[in-house]
Design a protein around this ligand. Structure first.
Ligand SMILES: Nc1ncnc2c1ncn2[C@@H]1O[C@H](COP(=O)(O)OP(=O)(O)OP(=O)(O)O)[C@@H](O)[C@H]1O
Ligand code: SF4
Ligand SMILES: [Mg+2]
Length: 350
């Protein structure tokens, strides 16, 4: 990142950026555990996925299924007790797990940025919001810009996320929740990353503001050809804004495909149960089989398929053998021994 680099470097308004072919990010058989005094928490278990340039991927699943753990692994911002046991995280051709700390520090924010879960509540109350973003720019741009250049950039970013640039001189308490979150997005964009991870970017916001913020993110993504990973426990929100959808259960990615395919015809029993209780675009759905029970303790994950204690389709094989991720139709992958038994979604009759 150089001081004169513009968000819209060399690009006229309305002109689509040209995207290189090939994925921007490949996560390959990632395994990550947390060491605790009671043993190992198996938070990310053999997760693989790919994101193309300019594409968006949603990661959904219940609380504690490992969404943030994947995000923090991609950023290499893990706590000391976390151990990446295996796998690769290839960003634009380079395995991030093989980079030195110094090289990773350069790549973080400039190439891969993150909107942290709950970040809108972590603005320092005693500093102006613009000053806090300038501090981030000073830290991460390769050449520290002058105050005037940094401020011009912050004004540009504020406009981009739908904030009045004059707000950069205000304090966090003068921002509404939605405005704080927009400022967080501006900060994440400040180094022109190739990919952004948005971890529950709208969870604390009311529905209307949530839609506005997501729409803003989506239009920025399209305008700049950026890739985004959206993380949420809310599959309906994610399904509306992503090209691809990954469903996680207990540290595992259990279904992955085009969002429209997964949403219309989920094949993993967990995804099916989750979606059965989610209204579709064509109307509400019948929820004859509610998801019962609690997610497992990842200190002692179930044997075989981790979903077997809660699964209505479980057989003896499920408790004994872990199902592999299988491509059941082009681009649609499922890890389930009995996916063929999962019925089609039913719409509620009027
Ligand atoms: N620092 C840590 N040490 C030990 N265990 C951890 C640590 N951080 C997370 N975990 C555990 O790892 C698992 C995955 O947690 P993670 O925060 O990634 O889930 P999540 O899907 O992001 O959940 P949520 O939807 O609540 O944000 C959970 O069992 C959690 O308790
Ligand atoms: S492998 Fe078995 S337990 Fe696991 S989701 Fe499929 S049917 Fe259910
Ligand atoms: Mg989380």
């Amino acid at each position: 990142m150089t001081a004169d680099r513009s968000m819209v470097a060399g690009k006229q308004e309305g002109e689509k950026p040209e995207l290189d072919p090939g994925p921007i990010l490949e996560v390959d058989h990632l395994i990550m555990n947390y060491r605790t005094k009671d043993g190992y928490v198996s938070a990310v278990q053999d997760v693989s996925f790919t994101i193309g340039r300019g594409e968006s991927l949603g990661l959904v699943g219940e609380s504690g299924c490992g969404k943030t753990s994947i995000a923090m692994s991609l950023m290499r911002l893990l706590p000391d007790n976390a151990e990446i046991q295996a796998g690769k995280i290839v960003l634009d051709g380079d395995n991030l797990l093989e980079l030195s700390d110094e090289e990773m520090r350069r790549r973080r924010w400039n190439d891969i940025a993150m909107i942290f879960q709950g970040a809108m509540n972590s603005w320092n109350p005693v500093y102006r919001v613009g000053d806090q973003i300038r501090e981030a720019i000073d830290l991460h741009w390769e050449e520290k810009p002058t105050v005037a250049v940094a401020n011009a950039r912050i004004a540009e970013l504020f406009e981009l996320v739908g904030l009045d640039p004059a707000m950069m001189d205000r304090y966090p308490h003068e921002f509404s929740g939605g405005m704080k979150q927009r400022a967080v997005i501006a900060m994440a964009l400040s180094c022109d990353p190739k990919i952004i991870i948005a971890d529950e970017p709208t969870t604390a916001l009311d529905v209307i503001v949530q839609e506005q913020v997501l729409e803003e993110l989506r239009s920025i993504q399209h305008e700049f050809g950026m890739s985004i990973i959206y993380i949420s426990h809310d599959i309906a929100v994610i399904a509306e804004i992503t090209d691809h959808l990954g469903v996680m259960y207990a540290g595992k990615l259990v279904e992955h495909g085009l969002t429209e395919d997964v949403f219309a015809r989920p094949r993993h029993p967990y995804a099916w149960l989750l979606l059965s209780s989610t209204p579709s675009v064509t109307g509400p759905r019948l929820n004859l089989n509610p998801l019962e029970g609690e997610p497992p303790d990842l200190l002692h994950p179930p044997t075989g398929c981790r979903f077997h204690p809660r699964c209505p389709f479980a057989t003896d094989q499920c408790a004994a053998e872990e199902p592999p991720m299988e491509e059941i139709e082009p681009g649609h992958l499922v890890a389930c021994w009995n996916y063929e038994q999962v019925p089609e979604m039913k719409a509620e009759s009027a």
